[in-house]
Design a protein around this ligand. Sequence first.
Ligand SMILES: [Zn+2]
Length: 318
Amino acid sequence: MCLSRLISVMTESRLSILIYHRVLDRFDYLRPDEPVREDFLWHMSLLSRYMNPLSLPEALLRLSEDRLPGRAVCVTFDDGYADNLHCALPVLERCNIPATIFVATDFVDGENMWNDRIVETLRYLRSDSLDLRSLGLSVYLTATKEQRYNCSMTLLSEIKYKPLKEREHLVSSIESLAQHKRETLMLSESNLRTLHARGVNIGAHTQSHPILSELSPEDSYHEIAGSKQWLETSLQCPVEHFAYPNGRLHDDYTDKQVKQVKQIGFKSALTTEYGAVVKNSDLFQLPRFTPWGNSRLLFLLRLLKSRYVLGLKKRRFP
Ligand SMILES: [Zn+2]
């Protein structure tokens, strides 16, 4: 199939915002869905060849002025992983693609995120099973790589929506079961400044990456405003874009957070809801697309498909 012909069916006024988290330097059986450097290179090469990559601020400005070019696309990363600098940035620079990284500021020069602490524990666990019945969980098989991966996915989904204190207790308890050197996976402040100095747009992603919908209005405001303030102080520049942690409407954020993000002075807020952005999209609930697929054709077909879904346009709060 001729890719150029396929691409030509794209509409001229839609913006796809791609969401990544990490770019690994080698395949990790515990994170099989994260692209490695070589995957990311062909992703970006395809965007460079067939799409029109723009920075998020420029894309949103052009959208508001009806000047969005055809096949417009933005690349974003969530959380603030160190590999964004070491693995992703060289590829982005080689392909001349701008990007935005949304940073959860408590993890800068800090501890790993709770989900990574679980995953890394499973990597170093020395037993063939994990008995967590004393924590109100189950017994999990951990003899093979596949079992360890399945165990990590099950634990992450079982723990994700627990109240913050309970989640921290569970993670610390599980972490104590495997002795290992805890290497940070996150950006340092110096890394962050390097990314910024090399032209990467930095956005806010709260301080501690909580489920915002579960917080009191005061705590939610503090998390959102605090991350903006921290980044602006560190980078000495305005931080104008925000991404909701986890990013699903109702489960992870509600109209309360949408109001707060506007009130705090952001120009846009991004979700993880599926779809593409059009001129009348809600700027404070912009949908994104998670790229996946092992082949170039599948990657492009899925990207094309996502451009015909308008995300949250017709959804209403209860
Ligand atoms: Zn996140």
